[in-house]
Write a new protein. Structure first.
Length: 356
């Protein structure tokens, strides 16, 4: 809570958003109910999203401030979640830096020229500050509509960004970036530093324009050993998170398969750590210690189970979450595209009823 005093004058976090369940919980303060939001809540599971996106490419949609704001607001209106997450993508700052990246429907981010050598890394373009203007405008428009509901800004962590840059697209084991760390550590460091600067600037633009919390997504960090994480990744993630430290907003750090990395992810500079569905929250909280808030970790697979089975699972998640100094309910990973939106709305009501 002390950190909140650093939030700039005029920022929405000084108003009603400060008393929201999300912000209070992230600050380990008592809240009126347990807050809930869903990773990938803005996206393919909503018919109004598919309608809004019709005929518009993914990156084009991200760079259209009115459309990005509308898509960000859709799940808040429909589900009554306790936070909006800004509609964008982890590769948007790369695109704004003029890297040849596209998001291919049904596949994900693809680079025309993968970044494989020290020379490729040295040739990466810097992100000009003015290129972030469409992001600032989309965030301002969103926050103006959200009122008391906080907006979470986000960025990709350096390893996850580098995983796409080096592979040139989605991959399973992220072998190429993990090889680069050992084969050419200097090139790896330069690439991770570039990613940290670029993601850091993207985070900062969102907070300055009105986001009241941030989440750093290191979705693929779980493919790393703890030793590799500590030696080749942690300092770069810390640098990305440090880009918003002076702005005082709470910071969430998330990855999947990161049971062994939780303490190291906390130490990169997070107030809250996102936990996937593979380890129970009480176990995660024991690893994280008494000062770190946890976020998670309803198994997305259970969204397709009968309601009483989902409710029993959600009760168990709530029970285990009580061992942490604060608990933000989320899924263990993103909303599956085929999810029935009514299941999400009903789950929000259930979490609020159980915890009020
Ligand atoms: O609702 C929200 O969560 C906000 C929007 C959002 C966020 C936070 C999108 C929209 N992408 C992201 C982050 C993101 N992008 C992550 C981290 C979160 C996670 O682990 O899920 C990652 C890994 C990406 C990369 C990416 N972009 C993928 C994954 C590919 C892979 O390696 O498996 C995909 C499919 C995309 C495209 C994308 N981003 C977002 C949407 C709605 C889509 C689908 C676009 C479409 O085809 O219509």
């Amino acid at each position: 809570a002390r950190r909140l005093s650093r939030v700039p004058h005029g920022h929405p976090l000084h108003g009603a958003v400060r008393d929201s369940a999300l912000v209070r919980t992230l600050c380990a303060l008592p809240a009126p109910h347990t807050p809930v939001w869903f990773m990938r809540q803005a996206g393919r599971s909503l018919p109004e999203y598919r309608e809004a996106r019709r005929g518009t490419g993914m990156l084009e949609a991200c760079l259209d401030p009115a459309l990005a704001a509308e898509i960000t607001l859709q799940p808040v209106r429909r589900h009554g979640v306790d936070a909006a997450i800004f509609f964008s993508d982890i590769v948007v700052p790369m695109k704004l830096a003029s890297v040849d990246v596209d998001i291919v429907a049904g596949r994900g981010p693809v680079l025309e020229h993968p970044v494989r050598t020290a020379a490729d890394v040295a040739a990466l373009p810097e992100l000009p500050d003015a290129a972030l203007d469409p992001i600032r405008e989309a965030v301002s428009r969103t926050v103006a509509e959200l009122g008391e509901t906080p907006l979470i800004g986000f960025a990709g962590a350096p390893f996850t960004i580098a995983a796409y840059a080096v592979e040139g697209g989605p991959s399973r084991d992220h072998l190429r970036p993990r090889t680069m760390m050992h084969a050419d550590p200097a090139a790896w460091d330069a690439l991770a530093q570039w990613a940290a600067r670029t993601s850091g600037a993207f985070l900062r633009a969102q907070v300055e324009a009105g986001a009241s919390a941030v989440q750093l997504f290191d979705s693929w960090a779980g493919s790393l050993s703890l030793a590799d994480y500590e030696q080749h990744v942690q300092a770069h993630s810390a640098q990305a998170l440090a880009a918003v430290e002076d702005l005082g907003v709470p910071r969430i750090h998330f990855g999947t398969g990161t049971g062994e990395l939780l303490g190291a992810m906390r130490d990169a500079g997070a107030d809250a750590v996102g936990v996937d569905y593979r380890i129970p929250l009480d176990v995660a909280s024991r690893r994280l210690g008494e000062r770190t808030v946890v976020q998670g970790n309803i198994d997305p697979a259970l969204l397709g189970a009968p309601r009483d089975v989902l409710h029993e699972h959600a009760r168990d998640v709530l029970r285990r979450g009580r061992s942490a100094p604060g608990h933000v309910v989320n899924l263990g990973h993103g909303v599956p595209p085929e999810t029935d939106p009514d299941v999400l709305s009903e789950l929000v009501t259930f979490i609020h009823k159980e915890t009020r």
